[in-house]
Ligand binder design. Structure first.
Ligand SMILES: [Zn+2]
Length: 156
């Protein structure tokens, strides 16, 4: 099935979905998987195979409330997504901003704790300030690192 038709098919099958159901079933990611598999299918055998799998997965959309249908669907979904991470240089969205934010919080609170001990004991305000500064710095650095992936749309 051609890509445009498949995307139309996804849109018609998910038409009545609430936003939370749409997000829960990761429909927008599915559309991205369809687009990127099509894009790489001329040069990658796996992507060419995945196009057929995706066409079958789309027909599962009406049945995904049923766990028996959803589990194999999600397994295939994750497999295809992983293929893009491993073979085509994609990263998951927020990979770096999320990780760096966490590292930032840890580094910030740790430095704040050390500093406050040097200046006479634990201080909750300094501790919290360290967490916030660490979070902002980590998020900023992580987002900067994500920029080239974002620009080349290499996120999935
Ligand atoms: Zn591929």
């Amino acid at each position: 099935m051609n890509q445009k038709l498949l995307i139309d098919r996804v849109e018609s099958l998910s038409e009545g979905f609430s936003l939370s159901k749409y997000n829960f079933l990761k429909i927008s990611y599915l559309l991205k998987l369809i687009e990127e598999s099509d894009h790489f299918s001329t040069q990658c055998k796996t992507c060419a195979e995945n196009k057929k799998i995706l066409a079958n997965m789309v027909e599962e959309i009406p049945f995904l409330d049923d766990i028996e249908h959803r589990q194999p669907y999600e397994k295939q979904f994750n497999q295809i997504r992983r293929h893009f991470h491993r073979e085509h240089g994609f990263i998951p969205p927020y990979r770096f901003s999320a990780t760096y934010s966490l590292i930032g919080i840890l580094a910030g609170t740790l430095s704040a704790t050390l500093v406050s001990f040097v200046f006479g004991g634990f201080n909750i305000d300094v501790f919290l300030a360290g967490a916030v500064i660490g979070l902002i710095a980590g998020y900023f650095l992580g987002s900067a690192k994500e920029l080239k992936y974002r620009k080349s749309k290499k996120m999935i």
